[in-house]
Ligand binder design. Sequence first.
Ligand code: URA
Length: 262
Amino acid sequence: MQSNTHLLKFLYQAGLNYSFLESPRNRLTEKELSLKEPLSEKRSMTTQKPSISTPAKPLETQKHVEHPAYACQTLDDLRKALDVFEGCALKQSAQNTVFCDGNPQSDVMLIGEAPGAEEDKQGKPFVGMSGQLLDKMMAAIGLNRENVYIANIIPWRPPGNRPPSTQEIAACLPFIEQHIYLKKPKFLLLLGSVATKAILNNHTGIMKLRGQWQTYKPPMAHPNDPVIQALPTFHPAFLLRSPGQKVYAWEDLKTLKAAMDK
Ligand code: URA
């Protein structure tokens, strides 16, 4: 059972999000029920009544919704808003809120998925096994926690390190969006498929998207604010399980470094 869970998590992190049935399915004769919540409905969450059935608002009005994260004007405000936020049940089982690590002045912001056991214990992102690999990857291009900034899509550990659900991502997304807006990095390094999908709202798999520059503007950004360059790459936890893929992550890091040095 445990190894099946690990296998599924591995496949999911590798970007596989559907599987084939043993026999062909005639989709012309059936109505397909989709259990997936589109991420575009994410911004309609509020602290009082988290509701997954609230209809999506048109893009132009989404930035004016009442999620408490969007009202925060400093990183300190944002941290305090998380402390009183009751819209995500993961907070109840977590030991700590994992907000950030590193240098808020850095041009580069790394975004992971969610804290694991060690991160939950210490209240800091990427301090477990994945974090050790991440530190080595950063060191290979001359970066460390004094010159990068790190946060996660989800600030609370999902029990048993399961992947966060679509609803949990939707509830927490405004916080990381506002985090990016307030931090104002030039570059985002999106670690893995969960971070990539959540931030870019792009459903292309990580296998295809990694290493390809994307552009990002947080919802509260002013039209004149510069776009942020976002580079998807593999999550270090995936690289620990599939060391053969490190060669691609290395290519992505060189791509990041070249852009930073321009
Ligand atoms: N994995 C993540 O995505 N984030 C962490 O902080 C640790 C492990």
